[in-house]
Design a protein around this ligand. Structure first.
Ligand SMILES: C[S@@+](CC[C@H](N)C(=O)[O-])C[C@H]1O[C@@H](n2cnc3c(N)ncnc32)[C@H](O)[C@@H]1O
Length: 240
C-alpha cells in the first residue's frame, strides 16, 4: 500500500512548466497559502488545488492493475448505460486517453472530444486514434483556463481524476458549462476524500460535499452520487 502511495507521489513530482508561476498568480477569486507538498498554494472554495500530473506519468494511467484497483470496467458499464450512440462526450483532462478510447466505440454516430493541456498527452491520443482508425475522436488542446469546447455542443462531460488539479477551476467550469447543451451532464469521478483507506495523497481526493459546493457554484445542479466504485465517487451534475 505504502509503495503505491510512494509511486504515485513520484509521478506527481513531475509538474508542468509554469506550475510555480501559477501558484503565485493572485487572481482575486482565489486565495493564496504556502504550498503543501502535493499542492500549488492556491485555494478555491476552501480547497487547495493539487499539482498537475505530468505526461511522464502516462504509464501509471495505463497500468494493467488499474482495472482491478479502480474497477474502471464498472465505470464503463455505468457510462454505457447512460450514453446514446449519437452523443457528443468530452473527456476533459483526458491524459493518455484511457477513457477516450473506451468511450469512442459507445458513440459510433457521435464523437469524443479529448481535451488536455499537455501537448504530449494529445500526441499520444492522436497516435492511438490513427492506429485504431477511429474517426470520432477529436483531440483538443485546451488551456489552463479554457477547455475550448464549442458552445452548446456537448451532451456529457467526463472528468476522471482531473478536476482537483485544474489550476483555474472557476474558469474551467465556466467553459464546461458554456460547452454543455441545456440538460447536459457532468460526470465527476474523484477519489473519495472522506475515506482514509483510499491510498492517494490528500489533495488528489475530494469529498462529496466539497465537489457539490464547487459544481453548484458553477451553476450546475447535483443529480446523484453513486458509490459503486471501490475508491471514487461517481457524481452527476446537470446544466439546468
Ligand atoms: C491524473 S490525469 C487523469 C487522466 C485521465 N482522466 C485518466 O483518468 O486516465 C489528469 C489530467 O488532467 C490534465 N489537466 C490538468 N489541468 C487541466 C486543464 N485545465 N484542462 C485540461 N486538462 C487538464 C492533466 O494534463 C492530466 O493529463
Amino acid at each position: 500500500m505504502r509503495a503505491r502511495i510512494f509511486a504515485f507521489s513520484l509521478l506527481l513530482a513531475s509538474f508542468l512548466p509554469g506550475a510555480a508561476p501559477l501558484a503565485r498568480a493572485q487572481d482575486a477569486a482565489y486565495q493564496a497559502k504556502s504550498a503543501s507538498y502535493d499542492g500549488i498554494g492556491k485555494v478555491w472554495m476552501g480547497r487547495e488545488i493539487a499539482q498537475v500530473m505530468g505526461h511522464e506519468g502516462a504509464d501509471w494511467l495505463e497500468r494493467p492493475a488499474r482495472v482491478g484497483e479502480e474497477k474502471t470496467d464498472l465505470l464503463m458499464t455505468e457510462l454505457r448505460r447512460r450514453l446514446r450512440p449519437e452523443a457528443t462526450v468530452a473527456d476533459i483532462g483526458a491524459g493518455t486517453g484511457y477513457f477516450t478510447f473506451r468511450l469512442a466505440p459507445l458513440v459510433p454516430r457521435g464523437r469524443v472530444l479529448a481535451v488536455d493541456i499537455q501537448p504530449e498527452m494529445l500526441r499520444m491520443i492522436q497516435y492511438r486514434g490513427r492506429k485504431l482508425g477511429l474517426a470520432n475522436v477529436e483531440p483538443i488542446l485546451g488551456t489552463i483556463a479554457d477547455p475550448k469546447l464549442p458552445a452548446d455542443s456537448t451532451d456529457f462531460v467526463l472528468l476522471v481524476d482531473a478536476y482537483h488539479e485544474f489550476s483555474h477551476p472557476r474558469e474551467m467550469m465556466a467553459g464546461i458549462v458554456r460547452g454543455l447543451k441545456k440538460g447536459g451532464q457532468v460526470w465527476l469521478v474523484e477519489y473519495r476524500g472522506e475515506d482514509p483507506e483510499v491510498p492517494i495523497k490528500p489533495l488528489h481526493k475530494m469529498t462529496e460535499a466539497q465537489a457539490r459546493r464547487e459544481m453548484e457554484a458553477a451553476g450546475l445542479a447535483w443529480r446523484e452520487t453513486r458509490g459503486f466504485l471501490p475508491q471514487q465517487h461517481f457524481m452527476v451534475f446537470e446544466k439546468p
